[in-house]
Design a protein around this ligand. Structure first.
Ligand SMILES: C[S@@+](CC[C@H](N)C(=O)[O-])C[C@H]1O[C@@H](n2cnc3c(N)ncnc32)[C@H](O)[C@@H]1O
Ligand code: SF4
Length: 445
């Protein structure tokens, strides 16, 4: 258990997140207690871990940034004294380390940036170099990103079955509910007042599993969006579950200019997949070839590292198989155990030793000419948390970059969809539709 006591709520939360990412096993086992007291600029920090304790006292005048100083001091103490401590990304525990790093890379040359990231945030040089690669790949993607551009996200919260690891707000496909949902989605899109003159930079229909809708229902949504906003440069429709595919569906998507789709194995280990309440991947390569022959420019494949009944070898072998098949995008997630997923509710714990696995996957991907072009970290993952999008040169996804780096406007439609509007200074205002499907539908009756 991890406990933190501090007068200010922000400080308490920030230090808790820090300890949680540095000692993930202590969420379930062992005792960590951190207490911060201060009188004006003098701080007393007491850290107790199992039977060891440490007191740190220091003077600091910038109370808004004191959380960084406490983390730096604790980090240095951990480096000297702790073995089971995760050094990755230094004192950063947020979702988007690339955002902070990119600001630094855009101002200073790489070597100087690495030094700043080490001195101020304790980021190991290997992580800084990886962040720089992502920054460099985004900068050289050939895309011009602008706070005047906008992108569209449409959420389809239906799936053919519920996968055991998934905590997303999705429902099992039901014809009547889906049909009500599509009607409401269409009325939400129609009533949106569009102030943008230009076409969208990208459109992304995700979920859930958009391809679980009837082809004619999905077609209505696509047609309306294109009529209202115009043709985008990149148009993604997630078709993650191959048990929802048909040639008719792919033909329809092609007809409307969809140029990026996802076919997601998660793992090529059939034993693993069966136990997750997902369908077999034996037909996935055939579907990949059908879609490729139809001319979809980019096909993405999602994987999750750390699923039950996997080990380092089986994970690497799945990734090697994907590389052999050769989609333009491969996205590697690390398993997160979250409320709302069957695995979490059953108390699943992953005790495998995954040290070095991420390093190996990075080497394997880059050795096969897949370049990392976006990444984010999540809480509650079973190993050092990183979700990384890889792409062959020239195939980075516009939507994934703008969504992760928060550099363009996003208009979200559907239950749980979030919209982000940027102001003159690049700050954004977020607006989120209710995640609850029933509430979303009822609100429009
Ligand atoms: C929003 S889901 C939609 C995917 C699609 N419905 C499918 O099942 O293929 C996007 C991706 O998030 C990843 N994902 C979902 N749950 C996860 C979890 N608990 N931990 C890590 N990654 C997860 C999976 O790789 C999944 O393909
Ligand atoms: S992983 Fe995909 S198909 Fe499975 S429940 Fe989650 S969103 Fe649905």
């Amino acid at each position: 258990m991890i406990r933190v006591e501090a007068k200010k709520e922000f400080l308490q939360k920030s230090l808790f997140e820090f300890l949680r990412t540095k000692f993930p096993k202590y969420i379930y086992h062992g005792e960590i207690f951190l207490k911060v007291e201060n009188s004006n600029d003098i701080y007393d920090v007491k850290f107790i871990k199992d039977d060891n304790s440490k007191e740190i006292n220091f003077n600091y005048s910038d109370s808004r940034k004191v959380h960084y100083e406490i983390k730096r001091r604790l980090f240095d103490y951990f480096v000297e004294n702790e073995k089971d401590f995760d050094t990755s990304y230094g004192i950063l525990s947020g979702v988007r380390p690339t955002k902070l790093a990119s600001k630094i890379f855009s101002k200073y040359p790489p070597e100087e940036s690495f030094k700043i990231l080490k001195d101020e945030y304790r980021i190991p040089i290997s992580d800084s170099k990886f962040l720089y690669k992502i920054y460099d790949n985004q900068s050289n993607s050939g895309e011009i990103f602008s706070k005047h551009n906008y992108n569209i996200y449409v959420n389809i919260p239906f799936c053919p079955s519920r996968c055991a690891y998934c905590s997303f707000d999705t429902a099992i496909y039901n014809k009547n509910i889906a049909s009500d949902y599509v009607k409401d989605l269409i009325s939400e899109i129609k009533s949106f007042k569009n102030d943008y003159k230009a076409h969208p930079h990208s459109i992304y229909i995700g979920g859930g599993t958009p391809s679980s809708l009837e082809v004619s229902e999905l077609e209505k949504i696509i047609k309306l969006i294109l009529e209202k906003f115009g043709k985008p440069k990149e148009f993604t429709v997630e078709c993650g579950r191959i048990d929802t595919l048909s040639v008719e569906l792919l033909k329809m998507l092609k007809k409307y200019g969809v140029n990026r789709i996802s076919l997601n194995p998660q793992s090529f280990n059939e034993e693993v997949i069966k136990r997750l309440n997902r369908n077999s991947n034996l037909e996935l390569e055939n579907w990949f070839n059908v879609a490729k022959d139809m001319g979809f420019k980019t096909i993405n494949m999602d994987f999750i590292l750390g699923l039950p009944y996997e080990n380092n070898e089986s994970i690497i072998s799945s990734i090697k198989k994907a590389i052999e098949i050769g989609p333009k995008n491969i996205t590697l997630h690390t398993l997160a155990l979250k409320n709302g997923s069957k695995l979490f509710e059953c108390g699943y714990e992953n005790k495998n030793d995954y040290r070095n696995l991420l390093k190996k996957t990075k080497e394997l991907m880059q050795g096969s000419l897949y370049e990392p072009y976006y990444m984010y970290r999540q809480k509650k993952t079973v190993m050092n948390s990183e979700n990384i999008g890889y792409a062959k040169k020239g195939y980075s996804s516009i939507y994934n970059i703008v969504m992760m780096e928060e550099i363009e406007n996003i208009i979200g439609f559907g239950a749980g969809a979030s919209s982000k509007k940027l102001d003159e200074f690049g700050r954004f205002k977020r607006d989120i539709n209710t995640k609850n499907l029933k509430e979303y539908i009822d609100k429009r009756r």
